[in-house]
Design a protein around this ligand. Structure first.
Ligand code: ADP
Ligand code: MG
Length: 251
């Protein structure tokens, strides 16, 4: 039985002849924040993207093994990619609002996923509240989203994921383009969202990983080297590689 919210079994991923993920077995628990850490190029983004089928459009990507959302096999069931992306949302490094108003960024996502029209205003208000944006934007919902600050744009992108009521939110270095104050707000938001969502976040910021994570996976050269509670990884890592990485000796 599969009790994790999101998991992989014997996941191997290749880009052409390059073996990028090597036999990754990992299980992410529900309603927790798990950070993926490790030096650039070790496969963190590739792993995250595999879960919401972002490699489908790369002709040279080959995936072996199984990925699951609960017991749903993400590649071998008949569930559509659109449905998978509704249930597993994603937020990227650079805020990427559409060139539309604040309101329409969220309305568009709801429209694509065929939510009933009459629910849309209410769902948008809730998602903006959940993302700590409502007070700042409630009087200017028609303003172009690109006029928001970087941190607000990123919270809008989180709201755009949240508005679809996903089960999992994947975040790939969501704060790396933000100043410390905006970063603090996103971290606070992540800790709140954990109550309702399972969150997997890639971060290069070790302080951030310690502030927000329940669990931490350290990756190196396409493998998960060590996966444990945040406390164990940062205070009593078992592997020499993990020790060296968190001490900042490489990466
Ligand atoms: P990380 O997020 O840990 O920095 P990535 O997952 O982005 O690492 O990349 C892992 C490896 O896969 C790197 O060597 C990268 O160059 C390679 N890679 C990533 N995406 C592609 C792609 N679309 N085509 C070919 N190689 C890729
Ligand atoms: Mg990356």
């Amino acid at each position: 039985m599969n009790i994790a919210k999101l998991s992989s079994q014997h996941l191997n991923l290749y880009f052409g002849s390059k073996h990028v993920l090597k036999d990754v077995d990992i299980a992410f628990p529900e309603n927790q924040v798990t950070s993926l850490i490790g030096p650039s190029g070790c496969g963190k983004s590739t792993l995250l993207r595999a879960f919401n089928r972002m490699h489908d459009l790369s002709p040279d990507a080959k995936i072996e093994g199984d990925l699951y959302l609960d017991d749903l096999n993400l590649y071998k069931s008949k569930v559509s990619v659109t449905e998978i992306r509704k249930r597993i949302g994603m937020v990227f490094q650079k805020p990427n609002p559409l060139p539309k108003s604040i309101y329409d960024n969220l309305a568009y996502a709801l429209h694509i996923h065929k939510f009933p029209k009459q629910q849309i205003p209410h769902l948008i208000e809730n998602a903006l509240k959940e993302s700590y944006l409502w007070d700042a934007v409630k009087d200017e919902l028609k303003k172009p989203a690109v006029k928001l600050s970087g941190g607000e744009q990123q919270r809008l992108c989180i709201a755009r994921a949240v508005v679809l009521r996903p089960e999992v939110i994947l975040m790939d270095e969501p704060c790396s383009a933000l100043d410390p104050i905006s970063t603090g707000k996103i971290e606070e938001l992540i800790l709140r969202l954990r109550e309702n969502y399972t969150i997997i976040i890639v971060t290069h910021n070790m302080q951030q990983a310690q502030r927000i994570s329940d669990k931490v996976a350290f990756m190196y050269l396409g493998q998960v080297i060590e996966y444990d509670t945040c406390d164990m990884i940062f205070n009593q890592p078992k592997q020499e590689l993990t020790k060296n990485y968190i001490r900042g000796s490489f990466g």
